[in-house]
Design a protein around this ligand. Structure first.
Ligand code: SF4
Ligand code: SF4
Length: 168
């Protein structure tokens, strides 16, 4: 029996085990096998990736294709539920049937944590998570996305809207 660093006894090693050859050969065989396996690394950005509908990219506002009007009725629920206080909505009245619309709608993308709570709480399916994950800015002021960046036609968000219908 041998003693380890704690003074406890362990199994006695044979001469072959003391040489460590079997373990070195075993380790090398694993490395060589892994070397010839197919690689999973994606050569981004040359090799693009289209996320599946379940993916939660940046939140966007849905705009109806025919009327070019946003679905949002400026109820403010998304701003209330947002855990990082990233959303600001300023409501105004409109002549349209929905009566209210967001005169100003902003999301601070430096604050957004892509949790999807705004999407979950919205009664109109007006704010949803998109597939867009490529968000960069050089100036923090550019991280405030207004309606001009947030409004996306419903036809471009089909995958996510159908996914939501399925699970709601
Ligand atoms: S995804 Fe979450 S953090 Fe981002 S705006 Fe919506 S509720 Fe706020
Ligand atoms: S996006 Fe939805 S939850 Fe947010 S203010 Fe508009 S209607 Fe209300």
């Amino acid at each position: 029996m041998m003693t380890n660093g704690n003074g406890k006894t362990g199994p006695k090693l044979t001469l072959w085990e003391k040489l460590y050859f079997p373990e070195i050969i075993h380790g090398m065989s694993i490395t060589i096998r892994a070397f010839f396996r197919p690689k999973f690394t994606r050569q981004y950005p040359e090799e693009r990736w289209t996320p599946p509908p379940v993916f939660r990219g940046r939140p966007v506002l849905v705009m109806e294709d025919e009327t070019k009007v946003e679905r949002c009725v400026a109820c403010g629920l998304c701003a209330r539920v947002c855990p990082s206080l990233a959303i600001e909505v300023q409501a105004a009245e409109t002549e349209l049937d929905k009566e209210r619309y967001p005169e100003r709608f902003e999301i601070n993308m430096l604050r957004c944590i892509f949790c999807g709570f705004c999407e979950e709480v919205c009664p109109e399916e007006a704010i949803i998570m998109s597939k867009d994950f490529e968000i960069t800015f050089t100036d923090p002021r550019d991280a405030i996305f207004g309606k001009e960046k947030l409004l996306i036609p419903a036809s471009h968000l089909k995958d996510r809207l159908e996914f939501l219908k399925q699970y709601r």
